[in-house]
Design a protein around this ligand. Structure first.
Ligand SMILES: [Zn+2]
Length: 321
């Protein structure tokens, strides 16, 4: 298999099953995202991008291919591209399907709307309201829309896309974005939303184990998790913020504050989606954490205790120190 790396994001019309182009453009070609070479045919080249839907290809003219793509530098099964700083293992192409199937199976089993909606969040990146749409992209490229020198048009971040789109470093600036060849086309997602399909499988598996260990969990759900070949350790799952258990009966939509009772929490809100960082916690606890990391909050307590001798003594006593 040969892989190629595009130097820019460009809208393309994905191919339908009968090998003709669909009517609508999509962001099928994304800067730095490896594309599998499907076939070369006369004047055209057919490619499949890592960020496209499984099995969905696009076709481009050979001269465009030569201008915009370079053959990927490989190290064993790892594809090197700056878009994925740790490289991309070729097996991640197939794991996309496994991750999708796992999420689909889970969503099919879970009927409760609250839990379904929260689980659906795991599959896509967060939205971005400034991203240029494909219509705007063509207007800018054709000169129909002229941008002022100080106008911050568009955004490097896609407005909701797959979590395995390239992570954009937090320090990336709009000026850097303006220099990209595909500008104003987006190039990736926030680092905190990024997750390779293999990590997605691990993260979702961990969330399922936690759900199977909720207090008052449904035995049918436990059997379902076991049927996926996932082991469930004894004991209850506890919220990592307060250390208290999470009650399945309060997560269901019929419970009056179900949407607020449970939340998909992040130990480090700027960290990636991973089995270590994401967990089911109490909505109240999540609000108390308020977008800070656990360490930030511990530092706050240390700062407060250092200035208040009574609180300090009480804290040390509570910690048994
Ligand atoms: Zn809690």
């Amino acid at each position: 298999m040969t892989y190629y790396i595009p130097d820019r994001t460009c809208p393309r019309k994905p191919l339908k099953q009968n090998n003709t182009e669909q009517k609508e453009f999509e962001w099928a070609q994304v800067q730095g995202v490896p594309c599998k070479l499907i076939k070369e045919d006369g004047d055209t080249v057919t490619l499949h991008s890592f960020t496209s839907d499984f099995g969905q290809n696009f076709r481009i003219l050979k001269h465009e291919f030569q201008e915009q793509f370079t053959k990927a530098d490989m190290h064993g099964d790892i594809i090197h591209t700056p878009a994925y700083p740790s490289g991309l293992h070729v097996s991640e192409f197939d794991k996309r399907k496994d991750a999708n199937e796992l999420i689909a199976k889970v969503l099919k089993f879970i009927e409760d709307e609250t839990l379904r909606n929260k689980l659906k969040q795991t599959a896509v990146s967060q939205g971005c309201t400034h991203t240029a749409g494909i219509t705007d992209y063509f207007k800018v490229k054709s000169g129909e829309k002229v941008l002022g020198p100080l106008e911050n048009f568009g955004d490097a971040v896609f407005n909701r896309t797959k979590r395995h789109a390239p992570p954009i470093p937090n320090e990336y600036t709009h000026d850097e974005f303006k220099q990209t060849k595909g500008f104003p086309a987006p190039i990736g997602i926030r680092t905190k939303d990024f997750c390779l399909p293999s990590e997605m499988i691990k993260g979702v598996t961990e969330l399922l184990v936690q759900m199977a260990r909720f207090e008052n969990t449904d035995l049918k759900f436990q059997d379902f998790v076991k049927s996926l070949g996932i082991e469930i350790p004894d004991g209850h799952h506890c919220c990592k913020w307060c250390g208290k258990s999470v009650d399945a009966s309060k997560c269901a939509s019929k419970y009056k504050s179900a949407t607020n009772y449970i939340e998909l929490c992040h130990r480090d809100p700027n960290g990636m989606f991973s089995a270590e960082n994401v967990y089911w916690g109490h909505g109240d606890c999540n609000r108390r954490q308020g977008g800070y990391t656990e360490h930030d909050r511990i530092d706050d307590v240390v700062g407060l205790a250092a200035q208040d001798p009574t609180f300090r003594a009480e804290l040390l006593r509570k910690l048994g120190l």
